[in-house]
Design a protein around this ligand. Structure first.
Ligand code: SF4
Length: 299
């Protein structure tokens, strides 16, 4: 079966491969600083579910550091002047902080001619109308995506993972964002404790119904990472961990439920290997992607 991958979407739109620059706003998260809870989501690692940005550096330094990391992997056949990037604020909650400061930061990022878009990871309960309206104005210059960590539509699982908000909060933020013309990417975790394949598919079907406004989905394999509450739970009472073939199967079923125009931003995940407890096969990203692609191609 075919699906619209993020790289295909970007290539089609910009005529070349577009690379992500992992940046940080320096924001923390209300689910970790005590505003909602101190514990955070049970799977969240010290890096705030994003461990690749250069902390403690100003924006220009961050961009140049992120570009040097990305450029080291790009073929020298692509001249520096032809390279295009999406800036990605992934870690923690990137609209949780001083709004003037954040707006200035987001605007400055898009002033870089080689940066064609902005992606902001956040929580649906941290999006003021003022911020949405500002992002909407930026979106008229270059594309802006807002990434929301929904993970599941099921309230019992949401409580178990300590997500800290209920489904209507997501629904409201989603509507305000899409009404403002912004592109929303929804994160879903596959393999949360106590969730069956059918539970996961219910989440996916719920999101599929948002089409045609649903821009993208990130399917993320649950990683059990050292130092998280999830790791303690796993040690106390191990829960089901997908084998690679089972994971391919459930991903295939999810893709079948989604509209063809939904951009699939991710099919697995990239938790830091040094913290990975389970599933260990996920540490071999090449093997995972090759197996997944060949499985999906046969569907
Ligand atoms: S909302 Fe994000 S940063 Fe905050 S605790 Fe949950 S996963 Fe971590």
């Amino acid at each position: 079966m075919e699906y619209l991958s993020l790289s295909d979407y970007l290539k089609d739109k910009y005529g070349t491969k577009v690379y992500k620059l992992s940046l940080t706003t320096g924001c923390t998260c209300p689910n970790r600083d005590g505003t909602i809870s101190y514990g955070g989501c049970i799977f969240c690692s010290e890096g705030g579910s994003g461990d690749f940005a250069a902390y403690g550096k100003d924006l220009d330094e961050q961009i140049s550091f992120a570009k040097s990391r990305v450029d080291a992997k790009i073929s020298s056949k692509i001249p520096a002047s032809d390279r295009k990037y999406i800036s990605y604020f992934q870690s923690f909650t990137n609209t949780y902080g001083d709004e003037e400061y954040l707006m200035n930061l987001f605007k400055r990022v898009l002033d870089y001619p080689e940066i064609v878009g902005l992606s902001i990871g956040t929580r649906p309960d941290c999006l003021s109308d003022k911020m949405i309206s500002f992002l909407s104005s930026l979106n008229r210059q270059k594309e802006v995506w807002v990434e929301l960590g929904l993970q599941t539509i099921h309230e019992n699982t949401a409580k178990l993972i300590n997500r800290g908000y209920e489904l209507p909060v997501f629904d409201d933020a989603y509507k305000r964002l899409t009404d403002a013309g912004l592109k929303v990417v929804v994160h879903v975790i596959i393999g949360l404790p106590d969730e069956s394949d059918e539970d996961i598919l219910e989440t996916i079907k719920y999101l599929a119904k948002l089409s045609p406004t649903l821009f993208g989905i990130k399917l993320q394999l649950l990683h059990v990472l050292r130092g998280t509450r999830l790791a303690e739970m796993f040690e106390e009472k191990p829960f089901r961990i997908y084998e690679l073939n089972q994971y391919c199967e459930i991903v295939g079923r999810c893709l079948k439920e989604l509209p063809a125009e939904t951009v699939i931003h991710r099919l697995t995940g990239d938790g830091p290997k040094k913290l990975l407890i389970a599933p260990l096969w996920s540490g071999n990203k090449k093997l995972v992607m090759n197996t997944m692609r060949s499985y999906i191609a046969k569907l």
